[in-house]
Design a binder for this molecule. Structure first.
Ligand SMILES: O=C(O)C(=O)C[C@]1(C(=O)O)C=C[C@@H](O)C=C1
Length: 362
């Protein structure tokens, strides 16, 4: 058979598969519409988004993947199918730290898919306020970076907010040097968010030691500035590159190649049912006495519950007193976690479950 004949025959097969895929995706979308009717009839309000179910679907896809596509790739395709199905049930509005083109924007799309309605906000505080006021169902905020550590502002906002954590997003952060100029040598000024400047410090020292480093409120704002000035560059990611018509004069300039940021999804829903692989975040405080923190955490060890993170922040009520943010493995409804939390509650002065939610799948 000639190449032409071979290609024609394979493409006929691909066309037939695509028709079948279309039929199945449409059938799936009709199921989602029926699900919406069931939820409406049960009076679930505007609560169409089900994070635990989405995590289960994506996990199943990864586990059952027959190849040759990577499990991650297949899961991303299903991510988009579910995003479209949910939009058919009811559009979901998500607030995030804008403008468009920030890494938080990329995290929103990674977690909710392309069919989500975007609500970029000017500050982290506004993201919280918008969700609290009901203008958006959910918000996405950065919480920690593998190179630069915790985002203190987000932790402090949690202390004052009635919102809950409903999910987490892990995003590999690749920083590029974006410019409208031809190459690195033309760059005299670098704009970026202060975290991005810190995450590329060594690269900047080695390659642009004489360029001014100017920190702005977001990488997207940096990209916008760089697109309007000659001799300027911005440190930002793929989303900003496309959005502001810049060119990456140097890609992946982050000092640590596994640079990852963790974001939290915040909402008004106090409880997300267990998905099977979950985390629970808790806010606690204890008195400033010897051994108090040790006693506080003992119930976790006694119940064989592992803690994946602990952060402390000044309580802002009494000098030198602290609140602690704990992430523990498992769901607050799992028997061992429930027992551990009961023990913790007894020891703590302040105790609030910030949320139990599925561990990131993608
Ligand atoms: O199972 C549901 O509750 C659905 O609404 C269906 C579906 C899906 O497409 O699989 C869509 C949105 C939800 O967030 C979870 C899953």
């Amino acid at each position: 058979m000639s190449e032409q004949e071979q290609l024609r025959s394979i493409r006929e097969r691909i066309d037939a598969i695509d028709r079948e895929l279309m039929r199945l995706i449409s059938e799936r979308a009709s199921c989602a519409q029926t699900v919406a009717q069931v939820k409406r009839a049960a009076g679930s309000g505007d609560d169409y988004y089900r994070p635990e179910r989405e995590a289960q679907v994506l996990r199943q896809v990864k586990e059952a993947n027959p190849g040759p596509l990577e499990g991650e790739t297949l899961a991303r395709l299903f991510r988009e199918i579910m995003s479209a199905c949910l939009a058919l049930e009811a559009p979901l509005r998500v607030a995030f730290l804008g403008p468009e083109g920030t890494y938080t924007h990329a995290a929103v799309l990674k977690h909710f898919g392309q069919d989500v309605r975007l609500a970029p906000m000017a500050s982290l505080g506004e993201v919280f306020r918008e969700v609290e006021a009901g203008g958006c169902s959910y918000g996405v905020v950065p919480i920690e970076n593998s190179t630069e550590g915790v985002v203190n502002h987000t932790l402090d906002l949690f202390v004052q907010s009635p919102l809950f954590v409903c999910g987490e997003v892990l995003l590999r952060i690749h920083h590029h040097l974006l410019s409208s100029g031809p190459d690195v040598a033309h760059v005299q000024r670098v704009y970026a968010h202060q975290q991005a400047l810190a995450q590329c410090r060594r690269w900047l020292d080695a390659n642009l030691p004489h360029a001014d480093r100017i920190s702005l409120s977001s990488n997207a704002e940096a990209a916008q500035r760089a697109s309007q000035e000659t001799g300027s560059a911005a440190i930002a990611g793929d989303t900003a590159e496309a959005l502001y018509g810049l060119r990456a004069v140097k890609r992946n300039i982050e000092d640590h190649p596994d640079n990852t940021t963790r974001f939290l999804v915040i909402g008004r829903q106090a409880t997300i049912p267990p998905s099977g692989v979950d985390k629970t975040s808790v806010l606690v405080s204890t008195s400033n006495r010897p051994g108090a923190l040790h006693r506080l955490l003992t119930p976790l060890a006694h119940n064989g519950v592992s803690m994946s993170r602990i952060e402390s922040r000044p309580s802002r009520c009494v000098n030198w007193e602290y609140v602690y943010f704990l992430d523990i493995e498992g769901h607050s409804e799992d028997p061992d976690v429930r027992q551990a939390l009961a023990g913790l509650r007894q020891e703590a002065q302040l105790f609030r479950i910030l949320g139990a939610y599925p561990r990131a799948v993608l």
